[in-house]
Design a protein around this ligand. Sequence first.
Ligand SMILES: [Zn+2]
Length: 365
Amino acid sequence: MNRSDLPRIIIFLIIAIIFPGNAGFAARETHYISDNSLKKYGVIFERETYSSHFIVIQGGKKFYFADGESVFVYNSRIYTLRSPPHVTPARIYLDADFVKNNLNVTRPSYKGDDPPPSDVNIPNKEKPSVALPETKNNYPDFIVIDPGHGGRDPGTLNKRYREKNITLATSRHLYKHLRKKFPQTRVYLTRHSDIFLNLEKRSDIANEIMRPGEMGIFISIHCNASFVSRVNGFEVFYLDSNPSNDEAREVSLRENGIADGPGYAKKLESVLINTQIQAESKMLARQINRSLLASMRGTTVGRGVRKADFSVLRGALMPSVLLEIGYLSNPREAAAMNQENYWQKISVGVENGIKAFVRNRPGME
Ligand SMILES: [Zn+2]
């Protein structure tokens, strides 16, 4: 130590006194706490077999994690972590900052058999505070509208119409409508023109829009097709990796189609999909279906809420639905789907469905 170091040391000491927990933050390493040390505080870890995902539960609060991902999901909202969790076959290690801020623990100490990835020192805090925002708006923070297909992927075809054009026209109308009806919500389109977007890119766009603590909604717009030309109606799908029947599986195969690029399966594994987002997607699908039944009355029929394994819904970290607005294989319905009147009724149904979803959505406990 020489005299010129003195001012720096004094500043360091002042900081250390003001922020005792953060002393030495300039060269701070990540501190982790193991699942084993958290057990005695009633923290439960649920691991999914064959998956990098796990759930941390304490007193009715559920936090969703994925190995190596610097985010967690709580109450359908995404939050950033300073350091990703570290998962070994035997143990799960959580960032001590997360533990300190979000779990009700007092000075956990490491008592496990495995060496931890690093120190497990955490500053003594009398009352750990929950750092999550408690705001519950009566509108979503953002809505992403995804016009299905585009560019070299035309989607379903009939003699006169292409799915990609109808989905774009409908989505543009819906976009303008929702911007008017939800002035405080940011509304986006994944594509504005006839361009090709792979499915991964679509959910990436949605996820990039999301800021920590926000609640967003993702709606993908499609048209259905059947070998039986008189079949008509709209359907609302939500993600489920075990589709309810063969028909739903067939729809998901067609919609996933050529856009399923290489490496997609791997990407899926790294993305946090969780049961809460799925449950909320189901609620959103039901509300939109109910409102569409009202707005589409006299125009077409509702064929119900269905579950399907759509790749485009898999990557989104928010409540997501896929809307099949009608059947292109039905000549009358195909012509109707090219009318602004049809887009308007779809838009009103979606608007009211989102409003009902936000109203009835369970808040923070
Ligand atoms: Zn489609």
